[in-house]
Ligand binder design. Sequence first.
Ligand code: IMP
Length: 426
Amino acid sequence: MSAIVLVGAQWGDEGKGKITDYLSARADCVVRYQGGSNAGHTVAVHNEKFMLHLIPSGILYPETLCIVGNGVVVDMEKVLAELQGLQQRGIDTSNLRISLRAPVVMPYHKKIDALEDRSSNIGTTKKGIGPTYADKINRIGFRFCDLVGDREYFATRLKTMVEYKNRIIQEIYHEEGFDYKELMDQLLSQADQLKKYLADTSYLVYSAIRDGKRVIFEGAQGTLLDIDHGTYPYVTSSHPTAGGACVGAGIGPTYINRVLGIAKAYTTRVGEGPFPTELFDETGQQLLKRGAEFGVTTGRQRRCGWLDTVILRYAERINGLTDIAITKLDVLDTFKTIKVCVAYRYKGTLIHEFPEDIKILKECEPEYIELPGWQEDITGITRYEDLPLKARAYLAKIEEITGVKQSIIAVGPKRSQTIVRDLMYM
Ligand code: IMP
């Protein structure tokens, strides 16, 4: 059995798309289990760049079954556009399956997300993620099975819901609401186009695992954006952590045997919220430029800082990491010295564990160790042994602090720029 959860160990944007893509070449099934079109994965294949938001990266392999699980909130307009984009570039999309249980992102969710973010100031992607999950938890959302099931039942519920959402949009925000009939026609037409992809995906995942297939659960965002375990309220509304894979795909924890954490060799975050190792100086600018740190989904500039191992140890604990992939190591190629945060200082006291209260986190000062940089171009290196001694020392230090072995090191965006130390069960 080989079922691997790939999870972001920081604030998202760790380069999960590239690692998923690399492992997808060996996988039979790739599953998204949370998030929605707020995610953005860039995959570079044969000098071509693919940007995927909702569809799993495995779609680039014709034999791979790609699943959008029940834990994902699906924007039909976005998924249809993504499908069209892939098809136009000659990618076969017939292996995509979307859960009949997946909540649908409605146009009013997107509008309310943008309106609410003005006052909450979380800096959401405005893709309707929070409002869609809120309706799901509140048991007033729509799932795909509602859209392709009894039409009269759907129409009645939608009418009531549009009236309710319009009251919020018009009375609180004084903006234009939605026309129920127009919305209904639009949604039914989109659902009709997606009908052939809809399935009981939990059963498909279960069958794949039972049949000894290699399954990858592709997490979006990252551990610190988890609604429970992240830097609340500056988080997303789902569970990017490994436990989310079970609920969001509909499989039991005993079916998973590896949890691979993906961590950048430094740290970034988009949107608001505390970030202890954030750099506001020339070094931060260099990380931004060298790492091309701009969001795939929103184009926003990412905030950059040194690697924080308090976060990595926390990610190990919350996710039960079996191993780690370190990405973008090459971004550090030019630095004379490299800092690594090993603890926080809060009101004079050293803290080793990641605090749950962001008010404390905001006041934490990073405690750094400083390591020598290798100042060499490593983008062409394909074997661990060929990495400069100082680069290996940097990696070894992280391994020592986190206690998690590094199975993959990425030294550039291309598939070929991946150093594999241990493929484990893949
Ligand atoms: P939402 O997921 O759009 O509700 O946004 C909530 C927070 O999560 C914001 O700070 C976003 O910037 C952040 N976020 C959402 N998706 C991603 C992602 O894929 N990468 C990094 N940050 C993300």
